[in-house]
Design a protein around this ligand. Structure first.
Ligand code: SF4
Length: 391
């Protein structure tokens, strides 16, 4: 079995509005791609896929900041783990930094959706500029659980990936009380822990990653405290369920997303475990292998925009079209961070007009009903550094 891991693709853009899935022939026409004769019969398209509510919120929040402030706007860490999203913002003057001290004093800063360590949030505020913390509310919930348990004297077994921004930020909430593990073996190797023990998790783990370690942790610490609901987020779970519905029926599975996206990697691993004979994680259509045939499954990680999905399907050009396999609906909506909402009230006119709102600015920007994919495509259209459409 093969899991393709190929990086460094040139980003592509097509300038189409987000919308319903089109017949692949129409999509090919729209983006101007001359299709080779396809040996792909059918595409099974997972739903839900792509942007989750947390990523939607973070991308729109950064877009509103780009509209509200003169460049550069600074962003601590990649706003989401997707190199094409990051590059689109970079082209608009957003500067991504991994150290808050790289931000000049007084400049606007956004903190990424993965959640930041308390000292990073404090350092950002000390720079004296406008700070928007775009942490996903589900990550905030885990930070809160860590703080609450640590304050009550618990030792915390935290299941998370080494070096992942979310894990780093969460562990920094109570570094003296937290013990990161990734595998049942890690649990065996933990020292004896004094006092009560709790178990918490990175939100983007797969159920398989989580359940094996949870069982080992329960066996090692029988009195362990667990949250009423696991920390695994609905978006991760739903994308995995949709993938499991199609992966066993496919000759190959395409997972769209970046190599540093935890939930994307979990999707690819799950497809392999589900018995799909060929699994490829790709950044975009440019990275598709050219020997695909039969039934091809397509999904996208929570930080991959929908226009990449359309480009991949267009390039696959299935002779018998696309079946979208829908396992559940998602209607979660996370509003922009509070202080950004207040700022938007002041700059509504400029932001609203830029994204199709009323020209007099009297009606508030309707954040809920604007898709982040649409915002990204609008940003790409306004990007004067963009090159020709990639074919
Ligand atoms: S994957 Fe889940 S936890 Fe992560 S940003 Fe999306 S909704 Fe939030």
């Amino acid at each position: 079995m093969k899991l393709g891991e190929r990086d460094g693709a040139t980003p592509t853009r097509n300038g189409n509005s987000a919308g319903a899935i089109l017949h692949p022939c129409k999509m090919a026409t729209l983006i101007g791609v001359n299709q080779p004769s396809s040996r792909v019969d059918k595409v099974l398209l997972a739903a839900p896929r792509g942007f989750c509510a947390g990523v939607e919120m973070a991308i729109k929040a950064l877009a509103w900041m780009v509209r509200a402030f003169e460049p550069p706007v600074y962003c601590y860490h990649e706003i989401v783990h997707n190199q094409i999203v990051v590059q689109r913002f970079e082209n608009l003057g957003v500067v991504f930094v991994d150290d808050i001290s790289d931000v000049p004093e007084g400049m606007p800063i956004m903190l990424s959706a993965h959640g930041s360590a308390p000292e990073v949030v404090a350092a950002a505020r000390e720079r004296g500029g406008y700070v928007v913390d775009a942490v996903c509310p589900l990550v905030t919930k885990v930070h809160h659980e860590v703080k609450t348990r640590a304050d009550k004297g618990y030792q915390i077994v935290y299941v998370g990936h080494e070096g992942h921004e979310e894990a780093i930020g969460t562990m920094a909430v109570a570094p003296a009380a937290i013990h990161r593990v990734e595998s049942p073996l890690d649990v065996q190797q933990l020292p004896d822990l004094d006092g009560p023990v709790a178990v918490l998790a990175q939100t983007t783990l797969s159920h398989r990653e989580w359940s094996g370690v949870l069982d080992a942790t329960r066996a090692r610490f029988p009195q362990i405290w667990e949250p009423g609901r696991s920390d695994l987020c609905f978006a991760t779970t739903n994308r995995q369920s949709a993938l499991m519905e199609i992966a066993p029926r496919c000759d190959a599975m395409i997972v769209i997303g970046s190599a540093n996206s935890s939930n994307t990697k979990a999707l690819a691993s799950l497809a392999v475990e589900a018995g799909c004979p060929r699994v490829f994680r790709v950044n975009g259509a440019d990275e598709l292998p050219n020997d695909l045939s039969g039934t091809i499954g397509v999904t996208a990680g929570a930080s991959a925009p929908e226009d990449l999905v359309r480009e991949v399907i267009s390039r696959l050009s299935p002779t018998h079209g696309v079946d979208e396999i829908h396992v559940t609906s998602e209607d979660e909506y996370f509003p922009p961070p509070r202080n950004l909402r207040e700022l938007l009230g002041a700059v509504d006119a400029a932001v609203s007009v830029a994204f199709g709102g009323p020209h007099d600015g009297r009606v508030p920007l309707d954040d809920r009903n604007i898709d982040a994919s649409y915002v990204l495509e609008s940003l790409a259209e306004n990007d004067t550094t963009s090159g020709p459409v990639d074919a």
